[in-house]
Design a protein around this ligand. Structure first.
Ligand SMILES: Cc1cc2nc3c(=O)[nH]c(=O)nc-3n(C[C@H](O)[C@H](O)[C@H](O)COP(=O)(O)OP(=O)(O)OC[C@H]3O[C@@H](n4cnc5c(N)ncnc54)[C@H](O)[C@@H]3O)c2cc1C
Length: 462
């Protein structure tokens, strides 16, 4: 008969001796600030938040979660759409102090610790004219975005973030620190490139850097009509792969530079990024500018880190969203988009369109745990709500209807844009053989599902 030991009580005073100055409990003055994550609506009260400085400390917190039986939330940048980096009554393992970077300029590689944000790492690599692509927002943690895939301003030129991942250090459920790459624990290396936080806590990533330096990029606002939207998408698909763009079709927000009369009008709010020869970039951008007279045009040669828009650290929106892939945005689809955006009165509502292809599509679907390589356009439909459950239900119903109207047969989903949407949607992120392989690897490396506060792949034993 198996004898189970009773769980150990969590002792904050004991933890304070182990992690001096880096343990935050409910009685601490900084608790309310420390328990915040980017998204509002996740008002959870962890038993403790522990800020770790190295892999040994990570292993100690993992052991503590096992000993106490408390839920473990792993936090790098705190941007989880699903609120997974906080927990009610559990332990938050906060990697934000881990910000070391080692850049090997001749070999164009960098080891970067998981507590860095995309902007922090990009600013350092930019000093050498080098970069790795992350997403559209500088404050996103490299931890979460890398483990899920990473779709951003260099996606068509250099692929996903994981396509530039050469190795990682990861602390597994049994407390071992493993270096994983194509030859060491290749199964785990495959799984962490898209499989999220299911397999352990990543402490350090080794990236292949690319020569990026100056890009021709920035904000281009065009009037939105079904013709301009369809035209924009056709151009972005046929453009050379040096050009990646993120087109947010949405009502214009009040912001510096946006004329007052434009606020509330549906526009194409696009961030353009040409990573290549400057003159060729200007040429490639001409047809976009010719779609309609731009309402704002800030696209120009800039150092790559400036592509990340400025951010307000006190921004904690409450939002509902649906992520999906579609094949085309023709005039009919564009009309649907306009119709939905004009029919809602949510304070912010958007259809975000990201054209894929290029380097992203050249990676075989089974080479990493991110399998959606033949998907052509990533769409995120989202709306803000006012924080009340009533408004949340109204906005969610609109998002669901909108997503249904856009569906074209590609049933996949990008894991890093999923909210808490249930097991079916996690399966959509990992179709077919990808799921089977992840399930087998999860069952070996985390048989008790210690890492379960994520888009979860439950192991066999649970
Ligand atoms: C404003 C905003 C913009 C975004 N834009 C993009 C975009 O353009 N492209 C894109 O691809 N994604 C984008 N995302 C999604 C983003 O990639 C995910 O939310 C990602 O998980 C955030 O990483 P994080 O480290 O900040 O989050 P956290 O909340 O800290 O982590 C999220 C989850 O990832 C896992 N995790 C994080 N770090 C580790 C680690 N070191 N080891 C093990 N598991 C870990 C955990 O399960 C954790 O719950 C965006 C999100 C936001 C909020």
């Amino acid at each position: 008969m198996a004898i189970s030991t009773p769980p150990t009580e969590l002792s904050i005073p004991t933890l304070r001796t182990e992690f001096p100055g880096r343990v935050i409990g409910p009685d601490d003055a900084t608790y309310d600030e420390a328990r915040k994550v980017l998204y509002g609506g996740f008002d959870k009260r962890p038993a403790v938040i522990i800020r770790v400085e190295n892999a040994n400390e990570v292993a100690r917190v993992i052991a503590l979660a096992g000993e106490t039986g408390l839920e473990l939330a792993v936090r790098s940048g705190g941007h989880s759409n699903a609120g997974h980096s906080t927990t009610e009554g559990g332990i938050v393992l906060d990697l934000s102090p881990m910000k070391q970077i080692e850049i090997d300029v001749p070999n164009r590689t960098a080891w970067a610790q998981a507590g860095l944000t995309a902007l922090e790492l990009t600013q350092e690599t930019d000093k050498h004219g080098l970069a790795v692509g992350f997403g559209d927002t500088g404050s996103v943690g490299i931890g979460g975005i890398t483990l899920g895939g990473g779709v951003g301003y260099l996606v068509r030129k250099h692929g996903l973030t994981i396509d530039s991942l050469l190795a990682a250090e990861i602390v597994t459920a049994d407390g071992q620190l493993l270096q994983v790459d194509e030859t060491h624990h290749p199964d785990l290396f495959w799984a962490i490139r898209g499989g999220g936080g299911n397999f352990g806590v990543a402490t350090n990533f080794k990236y292949q850097l690319h020569e990026v330096g100056t890009v021709v990029g920035g904000l281009l606002i065009l009037p939105a009509t079904s013709d301009t939207i369809a035209g924009f998408m056709a151009l972005s698909e046929s453009a050379p792969e040096e050009l990646s763009s993120i087109a947010n079709v949405m009502p214009a927000m009040p912001m510096p530079g946006v004329p007052e009369e434009l606020v509330g009008q549906v526009v194409i709010f696009a961030i353009m990024c040409w990573a290549g020869d400057e003159k060729a970039g200007e040429e490639a951008l001409k047809p976009f500018r010719a779609l309609a007279t731009p309402l704002m045009d800030e696209v120009k040669p800039i150092p790559y880190p400036q592509i990340y828009p400025p951010e307000d650290p006190d921004y904690h929106p409450t939002a509902v969203a649906h992520t999906m892939f579609i094949d085309t945005v023709d005039r009919g689809v564009a009309e649907t988009i306009m119709g939905y955006l004009e029919s809602s009165d949510a304070s912010l509502r958007v259809a975000q369109l990201r054209t894929l292809g290029g380097a992203y599509a050249r990676v075989p679907a089974d080479a990493t745990a991110y399998a959606h390589r033949s998907s052509r356009i990533m769409v995120n439909v989202a709306a803000f709500y006012d924080g009340t459950p009533e408004d949340q239900a109204v906005r969610q119903a609109w998002v669901d209807r909108f997503a249904r109207a856009l569906r074209q047969g590609d049933e996949g989903a990008y894991v890093n844009f999923l909210s808490e949407e249930g097991p079916e949607r996690v399966r959509a992120a990992y179709p077919g053989a990808t799921w089977d392989r992840l399930f087998e690897i999860k069952s070996r490396y985390d048989p008790t599902n210690l890492f379960r506060l994520n888009q979860n792949i439950p192991p066999e034993a649970t």
